[in-house]
Design a protein around this ligand. Structure first.
Ligand code: ADP
Length: 450
């Protein structure tokens, strides 16, 4: 093995010794050994120089002949040839794979775009080209924001939080809606998958319109019915008892339907957007107290109320919406707590958050129901709830309102022991928060943990 590896080198050494040796011998014969040695070295160097030139020409592909006499160069050439063949094979394999990927991605109905530093377009498939009107020759390297001109998309790309997809309406005139899911990989390279969700969005809009229209249409007949039932209530003593009883039950059911319609209409309004268009500073402390007072009225002294509401906390939002959201939580605590149970209202700051919570000692909720409580019409215990009443839409409204206020809801519950419903708001920045914090006070035992 070793001898094979050094065979060329040994042959070349032998050639050098022969050339220089012959010249030295000739020098000795003519009485000039040193001159013979010099001539031998120069001749050998000249030979090497010519062979190196020939080798470079072969390397550059300008000649097909190799300096065959120089075994070292022949060995190097063989190794290069071997590497080149291997490289060609790998290249062909990669090209095949690339064209397979290209073929499959161009067959995809979803658009795929690769962008790099500066949001510049690196590659895209046919579907993405059609969706964003990209030209293969001219648009490569340009910023994607030249083609998607929505400023909120630019902000979305810059924020680098791609946990939620971006919904995009290409132009104001177009009805086409695209959903963009961005995945970051490598350094600053990003893969964007574009999906046409026009149909889904239209269906969703149809559903919203349908619910809004039906609720609106039901409102007038229900108001008329309510009016009649109120009139009949006034003369119920004059009616036969079974008629009066029937009318009373009908009146209750109409009231339930009316509540459901009102809640559905509110949800339809909230559905229009996940963000608030206009906001104002809302005194959350005062609002929490109003909610507690309303809950106390609903309870009619059947429960004990604890006030741990800190003063001076404000949020940016819409007061009427926030009242609906928080009162749903509070009224549920009353509805689902047995007589004598304590209900604690707490509002306090925690780091950069504001936490409003209502804790009760009521029936509690089994863990399997908790993730689904904010679904429309979902009820943890339908037989009990039928007796208690309610629309099953309260927590859906609460969740929606909180979402619009960049707040979130947390639910803790233990069956038979009680529940805590908490709304967590982002705390206002100092520049907006004008309330003097030193005036904040806690009314009752604020040190107790939730
Ligand atoms: P509902 O009008 O039925 O109260 P919600 O959306 O407000 O509708 O609540 C959904 C369900 O969550 C209720 O039906 C009830 O089963 C459960 N729930 C809500 N709050 C409480 C609570 N404080 N204690 C026990 N169960 C609750």
């Amino acid at each position: 093995m070793q001898t094979t590896r050094y065979r060329g080198l040994i042959a070349e050494l032998r050639r050098a010794v022969i050339i220089i040796g012959l010249c030295l011998l000739a020098g000795i014969i003519v009485g000039q050994p040193l001159a013979g040695l010099v001539v031998g070295n120069v001749a050998y160097f000249f030979l090497l120089f010519r062979e190196a030139q020939e080798f470079y020409r072969w390397l550059e592909g300008k000649s097909s002949t190799l300096p065959e006499a120089n075994q070292v160069l022949v060995d190097v050439a063989e190794a290069i040839h071997f590497i080149r063949v291997r490289h060609r094979k790998t290249k062909r394999r990669l090209q095949q794979q690339l064209s397979r990927v290209e073929k499959s991605t161009s067959a995809l109905a979803d658009g795929v775009v690769v962008i790099a530093e500066g949001d510049s377009l690196q590659w895209w498939n046919a579907a993405a080209g059609e969706m964003l009107k990209l030209e293969a020759g001219t648009d490569s390297g340009q910023a994607i924001t030249n083609f998607v001109r929505d400023p909120t998309f630019l902000a979305y790309l810059d924020a680098k939080d791609y946990s939620r997809p971006f919904q995009l309406q290409l132009t104001a005139e177009s009805t086409r809606v695209l959903q963009l899911q961005v995945t970051q990989y490598g350094g600053n390279e990003r893969l964007i998958v574009l999906r046409d969700v026009t149909h889904v969005t239209q269906l969703e809009q149809m559903r919203k319109d349908f619910v809004a229209n039906v609720s609106h249409e039901l409102r007038t007949p229900l108001t008329v019915l309510k009016g009649y039932f109120e009139t009949f209530e006034g003369i119920s003593e004059m009616l036969p008892p079974n008629v009066a009883k029937g009318l009373g039950q009908m009146s209750m059911q109409v009231e339930r339907m009316n509540e459901t319609v009102e809640d559905l209409m509110l949800l339809s309004r909230l559905d229009e957007s996940d963000t608030l268009k206009t906001t104002a500073l809302v005194d959350l402390s005062a609002l929490a107290r109003r909610v507690m007072t309303a809950a106390q009225m609903l309870s009619a002294e059947r429960h004990e109320f604890l006030d741990e509401i800190e003063d001076g906390h404000r949020v940016l939002g819409v007061e009427t919406e926030l009242y609906s959201a928080l009162s749903n939580i509070a009224f549920n605590a009353v509805k689902y707590s047995p007589e004598g149970g304590a209900i604690r209202f707490r509002l306090r700051a925690k780091g950069d958050k504001l936490s409003f919570s209502v804790k009760d000692e009521g029936v509690g909720i089994e863990p399997k129901h908790i993730p689904r409580l904010t679904e429309r019409f979902y009820r943890a215990d339908s037989s009990r709830n039928r007796k208690i009443g309610g629309t099953g839409l309260g927590l859906a409204i609460t969740k929606h309102v909180l979402l619009r206020h960049q707040a979130e809801m947390k639910i803790l519950s233990w069956p038979g022991k009680g529940s805590t419903f908490r709304a967590i708001f982002p705390r206002l920045k100092d520049s907006i928060e004008t309330v003097d914090q030193s005036s904040a006070r806690t009314n009752v035992g604020a040190s107790a943990e939730d």
